[in-house]
Every structure is written in C-alpha cells, then in structure tokens.
Design a binder for this molecule. Structure first.
Ligand SMILES: [Zn+2]
Length: 302
C-alpha cells in the first residue's frame, strides 16, 4: 500500500482527498466543540477562584452532558438533538443524500459542514500534489488542519485558542527534527536557526504593531492569539518568508474585508478577525512561498 502510494502520484492525491474529507468532518466537530469545552473550563476555574475568595457565585448550567469532549457524545442534530447514525455521518455524501436537511426534524443543516469537509479535502490534495509521498506532506497536512480549525473558531468567536496555536508551534519545531536535513526546502522548515528566529520574530512583529497601534489610537487592533499564530507559522516557513506572510495577509484581509462590507452591508463596524487571513497567507507561503519569492517578489524576502 505505502509502496503504491509513494510511486503513483494520482493515487496518492485521490487517497489524501478522501482522507481530507474524513479529517474535515472531524474539524467540524473541533470548530463546534472546542470553544464550548474551553468556555466550560474557564467558567469552572473562575468559579473556583471566586469561591476561594468567599464570593457568592452561581453559574447557570448548560444543557450539555457532563462528559463532553471532541469524541463523546456522538454528533447530534443541533435542532432536535437526535444522535447521528453511521449513515448520516459520511462526509459530504450524507449531506448531499439528505439534501442538507436533518433526517428526523427536517431542519436545514448548515452549508458550513460540507464546505469545511470539501475545503479540507481540496487543500489536503493540493499538499499531496505539491509534496508527494514525503515527511513534508505529513507536516503540511497537520499545518492545514490546524489552520482551518483555528480560522473558523476565530471567525465564529473571535478567539484563537492557545491549544491550537501552541500545538502548531510544537509541530513546526518537530518537523525540523524529523525531516532529514537534506530534504529541508527554503519555504518549509528551512533550518533550525531560521525556524526559531521565525517563531520569535513572528510573535514580536505583531506584538510591536499591536502596541504601536494601541499607543497611537488607544484601540486594540488584534488579539494575542494572532501573535501566537504568526509565531507558529514562522516556525514552519522560517523568518525569511515572514514579510511575504504579512503582505499576503494584509492584501487578502483588505480584499475580503471590502467584499464582506459590500455583501453584508454592515459597514466599517463589522469586525472580521485577523486570524483567518494570517492562516490563508501562512498556508500559501508554505506551499508556494519559494515559487512566489523566486519569480515575483525577491524584494519581500529577507
Ligand atoms: Zn434534527
């Protein structure tokens, strides 16, 4: 099996695409549940601290079961709470087969679910096409999965959980150690020094912009999660490509921000978090950073 995948690129891409659909289905769970799990933990900690300080606290209980994590309980329809059977849990196909409606209560199932599955599968397949059967493929898939879940959580809740950004940073450093040194490429774990400086600089660049902006305007332009995310991206792509990440995120941010304003008609007060744009830019840089800087943007590479 592994021999077949390592010699036949189309087969590898097809296999990784299907694998991406399954991972995308799991990412839907992460995007939905991780914020709820974190919120519960924060509330529990806050309550404990307040009780220790002899404060009167009463926290309203949520309706979810006490044991609630990324695996249990099984997925359910958010409307009628019927648990989904095996047949209803097949990525993409179930959604198409059920015509986007719950089998029991006929409530519409959000287009978000098949979208995340298809997005994950497409980006995974692109990684397979780009890196072939290699260590880079494994780490690019991890990178992609973390960026997708982080982006949607940031979009929904305006938070980028430390669990995601720090784990991604560790994976970036792990890639350095695991990928044999003769296989490192300039836009993917270039070398130890570049990656570590990349992680430090990634954090510090946004941290400085944050404080500069706050000093000038008194407003907070981005969240601390953004610094950590760029640190993680810096560990993967190396400090040399950080300027490209920042340029790309600003450009995509501006374009999508203006489009969003036009479509939603919410005006300038409608806040879109910066995390998803960093993620898009980081992903493009990991996959095509070398090509982009070699061919077009020598200037943006340190
Ligand atoms: Zn239902």
């Amino acid at each position: 099996m592994t021999e077949l995948l390592s010699t036949n690129l189309s087969l590898l891409i097809g296999f990784i695409f299907v694998f991406g659909l399954l991972v995308g289905s799991f990412l839907n769970v992460v995007i939905h549940r991780l914020p709820i799990i974190l919120n519960r933990e924060w509330k529990a900690t806050a309550t404990e601290i307040l009780i220790e300080a002899n404060c009167q606290v009463s926290c309203p209980k949520d309706k979810l079961p006490p044991k609630y994590n990324l695996i249990r309980p099984r997925s359910e329809c958010p409307s009628c709470l019927n648990q989904l059977g095996m047949i209803e849990n097949i990525p993409l196909i179930s959604w198409l087969f059920l015509k986007g409606k719950c089998r029991h209560c006929k409530t519409k199932i959000s287009l978000r679910y098949p979208f995340v599955e298809l997005l994950t599968a497409t980006l995974f397949a692109t990684c397979a096409y780009k890196f072939g059967f290699s260590w880079q493929l494994l780490f690019s898939l991890i990178f992609t999965a973390y960026l997708i879940s982080g982006s949607f959580i940031d979009y929904d809740h305006k938070i980028l959980p430390d669990q995601l950004t720090f784990q991604l940073l560790w994976f970036g450093l792990t890639a350095l150690v695991i990928i044999p040194s003769n296989q490192h490429i300039p836009s993917f774990s270039p070398d130890l020094q570049s990656s570590i400086i990349g992680a430090l600089a990634g954090y510090l660049i946004l941290w400085s912009i944050f404080w500069f902006f706050k000093f000038l305007t008194g407003k907070e332009g981005m969240g601390h999660g953004d610094f950590k995310l760029l640190a993680a991206i810096g560990a993967f792509v190396g400090f040399q490509l950080l300027p490209l990440v920042i340029i790309l995120s600003t450009v995509t941010g501006a374009i999508l921000g203006i489009l969003g304003m036009i479509i939603s008609k919410k005006g300038r007060d409608h806040k879109i978090p910066f995390g998803p744009f960093l993620a898009i830019a980081g992903w493009i840089t990991l996959i095509w950073g070398q090509t982009i800087t070699n061919n077009y943007l020598q200037f943006f590479k340190l």
